[in-house]
Design a protein around this ligand. Structure first.
Ligand SMILES: Cc1cc2nc3c(=O)[nH]c(=O)nc-3n(C[C@H](O)[C@H](O)[C@H](O)COP(=O)(O)OP(=O)(O)OC[C@H]3O[C@@H](n4cnc5c(N)ncnc54)[C@H](O)[C@@H]3O)c2cc1C
Length: 465
C-alpha cells in the first residue's frame, strides 16, 4: 500500500499548484491508481497533483526530485498497458487541467496545444478551419493529446496518415531536473540535431513530462465512400488485404472483423451486417478522395475483394450508411463486453500474415477454453485479438493472461511486434526485452539513465530498472 505523503513534500506541492489541486484523500487517489488494462499491477499513490502551467509542472518535478518520490504522468487514464498505473507512494501527475488549444495557424497548417486537450476537441476545433488532425484512437472522445503523444497512439486512420508521431513537429518537455526542453520546430522541414521529438513520442512517461506540442495539420479530407466485403474464410480476407497493398491502393481506412466480432456486434446492435451465416470475416474499407474519385477507389477495393473470393460486397457514398457500417466496427468492444470481461491484445504483423494470426488466435482460444475475437486495422496489420473471460473466476483470469502471452508469441513468430499502438507499460516489459534483445534494452537503459538518473518518472514501466 502507498505511504502517506511526506509533510514537507505536501507543503511544496500545495505551494506549487495551489491546495485545491493536490488530492490526498485515499478514496479519491485510489481512482487514479490504474488505466484500462485490467491485468497490469498498480500501486497506491501518495498524492494526485493537477498542475495548470508548465511552471507548475517544473515546481512539482523539482519537489518530487528533492524528496525522492516517483512521478507517474497521466492523461485521461484510457491506456491499455498499465503505463499510467501508480506505484506505491508516488505522485500521480494528471495533466488534464492543461487543456488549452494555444494556437491554430491555418496558413502554416500547425496547431500548438497543451497535453490535456482531448483528441476529439482538437479534431473539432481544427475542422472549423478546414483542417484535419489525423490520429484517431477509438477512445478519441476522452483520451488526451499528451497520452496520445506518450503512447504514439494509432487508430483507424493509420493506413493512410500514419501514427501520432507522423503529425508531431515539436514538443516542450519538463525534464527530471525541472528544466524545460524544447524539441523540434514548426516548419515543414528541419533536420537540426538529433530527432529528440521522436525520442519522447512513445516514451510512455518514462523520460519527462510533455507540457506542450506543436502538431502538423492536413487539409480536411472529403466525405468518405465506404465498402464492405464478407469472406467465407479468413484466408480469403487476408489475401484481399495483401492484394490491396500490392496493387498500390491507399484507402483512408481498412478494418477487419472476424466472425466472433461480427456475430457479437449483430446481437448487440440487433442488426444484420449482411455478412451471412457462413461469413468468417468482414473487411470494411473507405476512401476519402471524395466525389467520383472516392467512388472509383471503393469500387476498385470492391473488385479486389471479389477477385480474392469475397462472397458478398456492398459499396456506398451515402454518408449515413457509411457511418452505420463504421459504427459496427467501433461497437466491437461494447459488444464483447456483453459476453464477459474483455482483455484486448495489440500485435502488429506483416499484412501478408493477418490470416495466420486470426487462425492462430482461434486455436489459442480453443486450447485455453475462452473466446478470442479478432478485430483490427487490417491496412497496417495491427490486430487486436480480444479475450473474453469471467473476471470473477481466478482460473479464467489466469487462462486469459496465458492466452494474452501466447498471442504475443504468435505475433513475434509471424514477424510482427508485441505492440502496434497501445504500448508496453506494466504488462509487456518482458516481451519488449524479448523483441529488442539485450543491446536494444541496454540502449534504452542508457537513454533513461542519461535523462532521468534518479529514476523519477514512471519507474518499472516499459522496462525493468
Ligand atoms: C475503448 C478504447 C479504445 C482504444 N482505442 C485505441 C486505438 O484505437 N488506438 C490506440 O493507439 N489506443 C487506443 N486506446 C488506448 C488509449 O486510449 C491510448 O493509449 C491513449 O493514447 C491514452 O491517452 P490517455 O490520455 O488516456 O493517457 P493515459 O492512459 O493517462 O497515459 C498513457 C501514457 O502516457 C503517459 N502520459 C500521459 N500524459 C503525459 C504527458 N503529458 N507527459 C508525459 N507522459 C504522459 C502516461 O504516463 C502513460 O505512460 C483505446 C483505449 C480504450 C479504453
Amino acid at each position: 500500500m502507498g505511504s502517506p505523503v511526506d509533510v514537507d513534500l505536501l507543503t511544496a506541492l500545495r505551494a506549487a499548484v495551489g491546495p485545491d489541486h493536490v488530492l490526498v484523500d485515499r478514496d479519491v487517489t485510489e481512482s487514479y491508481r490504474r488505466d484500462m488494462m485490467p491485468l497490469a499491477p498498480a500501486g497506491s499513490p501518495a498524492a494526485v497533483v493537477l498542475p495548470g502551467t508548465t511552471e507548475e509542472v517544473q515546481d512539482v518535478v523539482r519537489a518530487c526530485g528533492a524528496a525522492g518520490v516517483p512521478i507517474v504522468p497521466r492523461g485521461a487514464g484510457s491506456g491499455l498497458s498499465g503505463a499510467a498505473n501508480a506505484v506505491d507512494g508516488c505522485v500521480v501527475l494528471v495533466l488534464t487541467r492543461m487543456d488549452r488549444i494555444v494556437e491554430i495557424d491555418p496558413d502554416n497548417r500547425v496547431a500548438v496545444v497543451e497535453p490535456g486537450v482531448v483528441n476529439l476537441d482538437l479534431r473539432s476545433a481544427v475542422e472549423k478551419h478546414g483542417l484535419f488532425y489525423p490520429p484517431d484512437p477509438s477512445s478519441y472522445d476522452w483520451c488526451t493529446i499528451g497520452g496520445n503523444l506518450s503512447t504514439n497512439a494509432g487508430g483507424l486512420c493509420c493506413v493512410k496518415y500514419g501514427v501520432t508521431t507522423d503529425s508531431v513537429l515539436g514538443l516542450e518537455v519538463v525534464l527530471a531536473d525541472g528544466e524545460v526542453l524544447r524539441t523540434g520546430r514548426r516548419t515543414v522541414k528541419g533536420v537540426a540535431g538529433y530527432d529528440l521529438t521522436r525520442l519522447f513520442v512513445g516514451s510512455e512517461g518514462t523520460l519527462g513530462v510533455i507540457t506542450r506540442a506543436t502538431l502538423a495539420l492536413r487539409p480536411l479530407p472529403q466525405a468518405p465512400a465506404t465498402v464492405v466485403a464478407s469472406f467465407g474464410s479468413t484466408g480469403a480476407a487476408g489475401a484481399a488485404v495483401s492484394r490491396i497493398v500490392r496493387e498500390g491502393m491507399v484507402p483512408s481506412l481498412l478494418e477487419i472483423m472476424d466472425s466472433v466480432c461480427v456475430r457479437a456486434v449483430e446481437r448487440h446492435l440487433s442488426t444484420e451486417l449482411g455478412a451471412g451465416a457462413g461469413s468468417a470475416a468482414l473487411v470494411i474499407g473507405q476512401s476519402d478522395l471524395g466525389g467520383a474519385a472516392g467512388l472509383a477507389e471503393v469500387e476498385r477495393l470492391e473488385q479486389v475483394c471479389l477477385d480474392a473470393g469475397a462472397e458478398f460486397t456492398h459499396h456506398t457514398d451515402d454518408l449515413a450508411e457509411g457511418r452505420l457500417l463504421l459504427a459496427a466496427r467501433r461497437a466491437v468492444l461494447p459488444a464483447l463486453e456483453t459476453l464477459g470481461s474483455w482483455l484486448t491484445d495489440d500485435v502488429c504483423v506483416p499484412r501478408t500474415r493477418i490470416a495466420e494470426l486470426i487462425a492462430g488466435c482461434a486455436e489459442i482460444g480453443e486450447e485455453v477454453g475462452l473466446t478470442v475475437a479478432v478485430t483490427g486495422h487490417a491496412g497496417d496489420g495491427n490486430m487486436h485479438p480480444t479475450i473474453v473471460y469471467d473476471a470473477s473466476r481466478e482460473d479464467e483470469a489466469e487462462a486469459a493472461r496465458g492466452a494474452f502471452d501466447r498471442i504475443l508469441a504468435l505475433g513475434l513468430r509471424l514477424g510482427g511486434t508485441v505492440t502496434g499502438e497501445h504500448g508496453v507499460g506494466r504488462i509487456k516489459q518482458d516481451w519488449l526485452a524479448t523483441e529488442i534483445g539485450p543491446v536494444g534494452l541496454r540502449t534504452h537503459r542508457v537513454i533513461k539513465n542519461a535523462l532521468d538518473p534518479q529514476g523519477l518518472f514512471n519507474p518499472g514501466s516499459m522496462f525493468r530498472g
